[in-house]
Design a protein around this ligand. Structure first.
Ligand code: NAD
Length: 343
């Protein structure tokens, strides 16, 4: 029996509600599995910690993360006050070297989709680019931001994209804007082409980011794995999420060489906090990606099957999908299907 120790950080706003629903599903998969058990350690992180600890990722939480294989992270409110700490996600990504952000987008049954057969993954470099976070006001009214791109990080994220493509439709599209950003995106493109030479069975192409924004709407079904720099990936993956039903369904993985953090793509949606009405499926699919990372593939596909079944049936769904079920009802229904399918 495999024992996986994982951390769970419920976060802010709607975070505790969607996390509770995802925990119901994780509980169901481990009860139905003879292969593994999860040892779950809950930790505090997010905006709610700033007053209490002076930081959004307290040292105790970092210690918990260091003792675990992976973490399921709820959404967190980003502090915006001058001098505030960076977002908790950024702190965790930096501390654990989580250099790739993987965001799948797939047409789901019973959910409106721009095209009927979208199945793509956006792989975004997660540590540098314009989100490197160094901005300066060089003169009053004149700001400069640094866009850092290294061959090292670009090769590492490209390798993740090619490894994913090997298990899928074997096609990787590199998105950049090298015609304008000749140095930084020149380095990114060269690194991509260097890694591509190690994967002769994977087809490649290149698309400029502005054209990609359009093609994602026009012909999203033509793409398999898309790899790009930090900010382009952030924007394109939100666009792609909307093509297949919106933020309530979009999950993401942040992976490095030794750790993985899994989260819904959406934020803490403060206006809905405490109402038990938002969609927990993004967080449940993040938990599914975590199980894939832990190599518990049967459990991961049991979650996916249960989600698809509940969506296809269409009876239990939250407001964003036209229903009126609560967050926890959706979690409990998916958990019940996981158990039903395991018999
Ligand atoms: P948001 O994603 O929290 O919410 C925007 C809107 O999307 C909501 O008002 C709601 O209509 C919809 N929505 C979001 N999640 C939903 C769900 N599960 N089910 C149904 N509808 C859902 O974006 P925001 O309001 O711009 O940001 C709120 C806070 O979250 C900000 O502080 C932001 O910085 C932060 N944020 C955190 C993360 C993260 O922790 N990874 C990601 C994005 C934003």
């Amino acid at each position: 029996m495999n024992i996986h120790r994982i951390a769970v950080l419920p976060g802010d706003g709607i975070g505790p509600e969607v996390t509770e629903a995802a925990l119901k599903v994780l509980d169901a998969v481990q009860k139905s599995s003879k292969r593994f058990k999860l040892e779950i350690i809950q930790g505090e992180a997010g905006y709610n910690c700033i007053k209490k600890y002076g930081t959004n990722v307290p040292p105790k939480t970092l210690e918990i993360l260091k003792k675990t294989e992976a973490c399921l992270k709820g959404p967190m409110t980003t502090p915006e006050e001058a001098g505030a700490p960076p977002s908790a996600a950024v702190t965790i990504r930096k501390n654990f070297g989580l250099y790739a952000n993987v965001r799948p987008c797939k047409t789901l049954p019973g959910v409106p989709s721009v095209k009927p057969n979208i199945d793509l993954i956006v792989v975004r470099e997660n540590t540098e680019g314009l989100y490197f976070g160094k901005e300066f006001e060089v003169a009053p009214g004149k700001g400069v931001a640094m866009r850092v791109v290294t061959q090292y990080a670009s090769e590492k994220v490209s390798k993740i994209a090619f490894e994913l493509a090997l298990k899928r439709k074997r096609h990787v599209t590199c998105v950049h804007k090298r015609n304008i950003l000749r140095v930084t995106d020149g380095i990114f493109r060269e690194a991509f082409l260097t890694v591509a030479r190690d994967y002769p069975s994977v087809a490649i192409d290149e698309v400029h980011v502005d054209a990609m924004a359009m093609r994602l709407i026009k012909e999203p079904e033509k793409f398999d794995v898309i790899v790009t720099t930090n900010m382009f990936g952030d924007i394109l993956s939100d666009e792609a999420a909307q093509l297949v039903g919106g933020l309530g369904l979009a999950a993401g993985a942040n992976v490095g060489d030794n750790y993985g953090m899994f989260e819904p793509v959406h934020g803490s949606a403060p206006k809905y906090a405490g109402q038990n009405k938002v969609n927990p499926i993004a967080t449940i699919l993040a938990a599914k990606m975590m199980l894939e990372y832990l190599n518990e593939l049967d459990a991961a596909s049991a979650i996916e099957r249960a989600v698809i079944d509940v969506l296809k049936e269409g009876k239990i769904r939250t407001y964003d999908l036209g229903g009126n079920s609560s967050t926890i009802e959706v979690g409990e229904e998916i958990a019940a299907r996981v158990i039903e399918f395991s018999h």
